[in-house]
Design a protein around this ligand. Structure first.
Ligand code: FAD
Length: 468
């Protein structure tokens, strides 16, 4: 039985719909600011996408694929690792054990905190009241909508008939399929493609745009495509899906490529064409919260079109990344608690990491964006096949790249495709947070021999071109 203490005529100061990364961050900030807060979580399991079916399980699997890959090439360093093999059920067991632990931690945080944690699905009945699936209603002065996202519907009805896996099912495969068609070329698609290929699945990746990872600079995408092809992943880019059907035990996808129709068959299809904000069923129209294609529209303060209703995470976007969901949740709760000193979200330091091998980390301005927005920049690159530490590691794919303001030399963006790219990019995030210049970075001490010292080469090259 839920007992609600009414404050200022409402049951709660703040009710948060969704207990994932965005919702939990909002709740922590809200109780820290003294708000009487409720978190309503309607999922079958507690933990949110990142822990249960997103970041954490995929990275656990990808790390296993990296270990397998290194073991198979151990001879490079004169290490004998005869008969390298794998036990896929143990790969999955380890991942499951980690996820269970992370989810239990999150459940403890949700149930043991100073906010009320309610297990129910919520929908709005009016601008200050939620109806819960448990049959009760709950009122609040303010709200944060953080209901996450769901896998988008397939673009062809025939895909449903042929049958496909989403990332949810691919995370729980009993064995690697003999062959897999991956539809899509975003982070989820390329991470699964390489994970499966390294566990001996024959992978064909079909992407609509000219390159995989279409939001990234073309040189980054082209480098990953080169590595994927070397690892026997078949890639078709610039395609148009036409049809899908069952073909005996196999599934066939037909698509337009290079002016002809190509048909590819595989044991399974992985649909990795993106996700949609999970807002259907919240009755947002009834209370006047504006949406665009299911996405909750919000300003930089994370406030929706209804001033006391805020939002955070995948349901609002536009960047479906965990640390952004957290930042948005914290900002939303701060602004509800302190309307007199509002904060806004700023994407100057927006970063993306793709956990393939080579890993990709980018921050700030890209060349693609600079060109589209007419931002003047100078750029310099340095390849990992000309760097001491990466040669020691035999990690020779990729490069680092810096973008700098031609007048002052401030670093505007960075990109690393290479060994530990997701870690290395954090040096540039820090440098950009401090608004440092290429001269500062070039002069900064870097230990030798490290991967990180590779940043000094493009920094020095740019410092030579820009007056200090
Ligand atoms: C395969 C995969 C890999 C990924 N890898 C990464 C990565 O490496 N790095 C990264 O930064 N991001 C990654 N992401 C994205 C990341 O997981 C999401 O951006 C993040 O988890 C979104 O958090 P959220 O709080 O917005 O949503 P969620 O964590 O999905 O939380 C929303 C919660 O709301 C609940 N809910 C929904 N509707 C209702 C309702 N009506 N009433 C009550 N509760 C409701 C849900 O049950 C859910 O728990 C990945 C995503 C996928 C799919």
């Amino acid at each position: 039985m839920l007992h609600l203490l009414r404050v200022n005529g409402y049951d709660f100061d703040l009710a948060i719909i969704g207990g994932g990364s965005g919702g939990y961050a909002a709740a922590r900030t809200a109780v820290g600011a003294g708000l009487n807060t409720a978190v309503i979580e309607g999922g079958q399991e507690v933990g949110g996408l990142c822990i249960l079916r997103g970041c954490m399980p995929t990275k656990a699997l990808l790390y296993a694929a990296d270990v397998l890959h290194l073991a198979r090439k151990a001879d490079t360093w004169g290490v004998r690792a005869a008969q390298v093999g794998f036990d896929f059920s143990r790969v999955m067991e380890r991942k499951n054990a980690m996820i269970k632990e992370f989810a239990q931690d999150r459940a403890r945080q949700l149930t043991g905190s100073k906010f009320k944690f309610i297990r129910a699905t919520a929908r709005f009945v009016d601008a200050h009241t939620l109806a819960l699936s448990t049959g009760i209603s709950l009122s609040a002065r303010s709200f944060v909508i953080s209901t996450g996202s769901v896998v988008s519907e397939p673009p062809l009805p025939s895909l449903k008939e042929a049958g496909y896996l989403t990332s949810d099912e691919a995370l729980n495969l009993a064995r690697p399929p003999k062959s897999m068609i991956v539809l899509g070329g975003g982070a989820v698609a390329v991470e699964f493609a390489q994970f499966l290929a390294r566990f001996d699945t024959e992978v064909t990746l079909i992407q609509r745009s000219d390159h995989i990872l279409r939001g990234f600079d073309a040189d980054v995408s082209a480098e990953l495509e080169r590595v994927f092809r070397r690892e026997d992943i078949t890639i078709f880019t610039h395609t148009r899906l036409l049809d899908a059907r069952r073909d005996g035990d196999l599934k066939e996808v037909a698509f337009e490529y290079d002016g002809r129709t190509v048909r590819v068959s595989a044991e399974e299809i992985l649909l990795a064409l993106g996700r949609t904000p999970n807002t259907a069923g919240l009755e947002l129209e009834a209370v006047g919260v504006k949406t665009e294609g299911w996405r909750v529209v919000a300003n930089a303060r994370m406030q929706t079109s209804v001033p006391h209703i805020y939002t955070a995470g995948d349901c609002t976007g536009p960047h479906e990344i965990v640390h952004i969901a957290i930042q948005q949740g914290e900002i939303a709760a701060h602004n509800i608690a302190h309307p007199d000193r509002p904060r806004g979200i700023n994407y100057r330091l927006l970063s993306h990491v793709v956990f393939t091998d080579p890993q990709i980390g980018v921050v700030g301005l890209s060349e693609k964006e600079a060109t589209a927005r007419n931002v003047p920049y100078l750029t310099a690159r340095h390849p990992f096949n000309d760097h001491g530490k990466s040669l020691i590691m035999d990690a020779q794919d990729g490069f680092v790249k810096l973008l700098a303001d031609p007048a002052r030399g401030e670093i505007l963006g960075g990109c690393c495709i290479g060994p530990m790219g997701g870690e290395l990019i954090h040096e540039i995030i820090a440098v950009m947070a401090g608004r440092m210049t290429v001269h500062d970075l070039a002069a900064m001490p870097h230990y030798h021999p490290t991967l990180a010292e590779i940043w000094t080469y493009p920094a020095e090259e740019l410092a030579g071109q820009i007056p200090g």
